[in-house]
Design a protein around this ligand. Structure first.
Ligand code: UD1
Length: 418
């Protein structure tokens, strides 16, 4: 088992390129199932969630070939519309095969998805939305059986702007007759990138980024050459690292609006942040001031995927703060680990009360999921002494060369084997 060993206390200086968005690329890779023609995707990062999704594509019958970090996908012979637990359980986004298989084959049999253990994570909105388009869906013995032979465009009203449900309905709706309108859809930048990707393949979709998406069904999708957007959660993680450790960093391949909420919070905490030519430059020299209240909410509000990282920042900020986690019931598993490092946090239901301390101290801690692990890395980077982080396989699922990029900024972090 691999671990991170961090000797905390170094300030961060330098420049790094932010990798393509994991949560943007996963729906895009799923969408390649919808065409028989070639898809060329550039800047594909090298981490486990992406490899697991590529394995699902190969299982489906698509040919996938890497040329450096460009992935060439050819689905002309794709013929499989079933995927079992072995391939669905490693990642949440395996649920996108439901919409993609329905789109391409009008039929699907899939097992339930896995992913980070942060809450119940139901898929009722996905299933209800697909049923609204006429799909017949039965859940039985751990499998989801879908028949889309009578699907056609219709109105879908989501009770909550679920990212995953929005993706699945887009994937299923793009190749059916008629017009599909998704009301109260997710507005995340990754949904906009999926719309743009599908439109570049010949789809007729508009409205992504707003709360209503309209899809006019087309008969087929054609080849495409695509570079995904940069990962706003990864960029946010490095920004929070700099806010905690001090220093000056430049992050390339960023879009200002995608991080605007966080930039606003970090400016209030005392950081200087500039944006120019797709790069964020931030500088800070002082102990951060606490941000009094942060609530996680769907985009454009504060992302739940940055909650553990911002909590690590609040732990060392001057003053008290409150974090409310509105999306996931059990997304506070990093709290006992931060407390081991000297943090002062009390959790009551979905609210964490944090009293900033002068210093965190190195300790042996465990990453319970991807972003909780990232939060612990940040705590370790600014703590006094050595921190060992166990179970880093969770972190390696979603950050490309995390230790290498942090090292290039001056951090003392390395991977060690048990
Ligand atoms: C996506 C992201 C994940 C992020 C989350 C919220 C990917 C691969 N993952 O996950 O990193 O944390 O958005 O920004 O993009 N819900 C239901 N029923 C459903 C679907 C969702 O009740 O059918 C609830 C969930 O339990 C959760 C909320 O809706 O409380 C948001 O979930 P959703 O937006 O669907 O998240 P994911 O797509 O799973």
């Amino acid at each position: 088992m691999k671990k991170y060993l961090i000797n905390g206390g170094n300030s961060l200086f330098g420049e790094i390129d932010i990798e393509s968005s994991k949560n943007g690329l996963l729906p895009i890779l799923s969408a390649t199932i919808l065409t028989q023609e070639e898809c060329v995707i550039h800047n594909v990062p090298d981490f486990l969630d992406i490899k697991n999704m590529v394995n699902i594509l190969i299982h489906t019958g698509l040919k996938c070939k890497y040329d450096g970090n460009t992935l060439v996908i050819n689905g002309s012979n794709a013929n499989c519309n079933e995927v079992g637990l072995e391939l669905t359980s490693p990642l949440r986004s395996s649920i996108y095969t439901m919409g993609a298989y329905l789109g391409r084959f009008k039929k699907a049999k899939i097992s339930y998805p896995g992913g980070c253990d942060i809450g119940i994570r139901p898929i009722d909105l996905h299933i209800r939305g697909l049923k609204d388009l006429g799909a017949k869906i039965i859940e039985q013995h751990g499998n989801i059986y879908c028949d889309g032979s009578e699907m056609r465009g219709d109105k879908v009203f989501l009770d909550f702007p679920s990212v995953g449900a929005t993706v699945n309905i887009m994937l299923a709706g793009v190749l059916i007759e008629g017009t599909t309108i998704i009301y109260n859809c997710a507005k995340e930048p990754e949904i906009v990138d999926l719309q743009n990707f599908l439109n570049a393949m010949g789809a007729k979709i508009k409205g992504a980024g707003s709360s209503t998406i309209t899809i006019k069904g087309v008969k087929k999708l054609h080849k495409v050459n695509w570079t995904p957007i940069g990962d706003r959660i990864v960029a946010g993680t490095y920004m929070i690292a700099c806010a905690m450790c001090g220093g000056k960093i430049k992050l390339n391949n960023c879009i200002y609006e995608h991080n605007e909420y966080l930039i606003n919070l970090l400016s209030r905490a005392g950081c200087n942040i500039l944006y120019k030519d797709n790069s964020i430059v931030m500088e800070t020299t002082r102990r951060p001031k606490s941000i009094q209240k942060i609530e996680t909410m769907p985009y454009p509000a504060f992302a739940t995927d940055l909650q553990p990282q911002i909590m690590a920042l609040q732990c060392v900020s001057s003053g008290n703060s409150i974090i409310v986690e509105n999306l996931y019931e059990t997304r506070y598993k990093h709290v006992p680990e931060l407390i081991k490092m000297g943090a002062n946090i009390i959790v009551k239901n979905q609210t964490a009360f944090i009293n900033g301390v002068d210093k965190l101290y190195g300790a042996e801690v465990k990453a319970s999921d991807l972003r909780a692990g990232a939060g612990l890395v940040l705590a370790g980077l600014c703590a006094k002494g050595y921190t060992t982080i166990n179970s880093i396989e969770h972190i390696l699922r979603g950050y490309d060369n995390f230790d290498g990029k942090l090292q290039s900024l001056g951090a003392d972090i390395k991977i060690i084997n048990d």
